[in-house]
Design a protein. Structure first.
Length: 58
């Protein structure tokens, strides 16, 4: 599976393939990957906010 398809599934942009086998460990792994991806995006937004928006208010 391609990286863009996997990211789209993690961000709930694209539905999963119903024929793909699901195991409990795969659910755990995808859940942890989803959490880490969301945390990365939030941290990226905070950094952008600090570097680009806050200097205008000083």
């Amino acid at each position: 599976m391609g990286i863009w398809k996997q990211l789209a599934e993690y961000l709930y942009i694209r539905k999963r393939d119903p024929n793909e086998p699901r195991t409990q460990w795969m659910k755990y792994m995808h859940g942890m990957n989803r959490i880490s991806l969301f945390m990365f995006l939030v941290a990226l937004l905070i950094i952008i906010f600090k570097l680009l928006i806050l200097p205008f208010f000083k």
